[in-house]
Design a protein around this ligand. Sequence first.
Ligand SMILES: NC(=O)c1ccc[n+]([C@@H]2O[C@H](COP(=O)([O-])OP(=O)(O)OC[C@H]3O[C@@H](n4cnc5c(N)ncnc54)[C@H](OP(=O)(O)O)[C@@H]3O)[C@@H](O)[C@H]2O)c1
Length: 290
Amino acid sequence: MHDSLSATASMRGKVVVITGATSGIGEVAAQRLAAMGARIVLVARDRTRGEAALERLRRGDAGLAHTVHYGDLSRISEMKRLAVEIAAAEPRIDVLINNAGALFGSRQVTEDNLEFTFATNHMAYFVLTQGLRERLFASSPARIVNTASDAHKGRVLDFEDLQSKKGYAAVNVYGRSKLCNILFTRELARRWSGRGVTANCLHPGFVATRFGDGSGGLLSYGVRLAKTFAISPDKGAQTIVYLASSPDVTGVTGEYFYQCRPATPTTQARDDAAAQRLWIESAKLAGIET
Ligand SMILES: NC(=O)c1ccc[n+]([C@@H]2O[C@H](COP(=O)([O-])OP(=O)(O)OC[C@H]3O[C@@H](n4cnc5c(N)ncnc54)[C@H](OP(=O)(O)O)[C@@H]3O)[C@@H](O)[C@H]2O)c1
């Protein structure tokens, strides 16, 4: 593990937008980056949880005007509205951390007719990033950090069935959404190269967070048991903080990290044709031009 994390890197004057920071590794990452001087812009879905997270951040340094925007990241209209609101409020965004994610025990569809895991874990990263594009370009050098997972291992994308209509196995569908995170990161790095915005993703390790608690039934029970062997959110957040702040990764883009070091994802996650196709399909589903 990289232990020089960074008391050394200053984030003073930087603005960090982060999703999924009302708990788990996102919250720890937000706290750490705030302690390094960053002003944090939270994206949360629940007002009570959002205000509580904001309050905990503000306790750290009353001088930093941390804020929160509310929206449900499983709905395309909300992803777009959030991006518009944040772009209107923030003239510059130095770091965007796409981190909100969940594991769904059974197949459910969103109001956009998308399967929930795909919508929340992949489409929200895609749409929010597109919506904040101009702010990120204007803030060059800027960084995008996408929380992915080793759960992508052994997964293959089926472009004929991105919404898992043919069959639903929760862990497999979750793993595919994390494969999407890596493919999205690679394609983003390729398309935005030369724009002064880097994009990297990471595996945080298996972390004892609220992850899986709401998945339901046996799945929640299984995840809870497995968490006995999990690392702490403090440890799990380290690579997010590293990618968001360390001078070591200035200019590094399109990579997958684990324990603050580059790691090699699977062949499927390094398939550039799949990455391009996923980008095109996602843009179509979101109804946006990229
Ligand atoms: N825990 C692990 O072992 C592990 C391993 C690999 C990767 N990851 C990834 O790490 C990321 C963070 O997970 P975590 O482990 O920290 O879990 P967590 O404690 O459950 O945190 C998930 C966060 O995402 C937010 N979120 C979920 N659905 C949302 C939605 N529709 N709209 C807005 N926000 C939403 C949650 O908000 P609420 O507070 O409102 O619920 C919460 O802040 C996820 O992308 C996950 O896939 C986790």
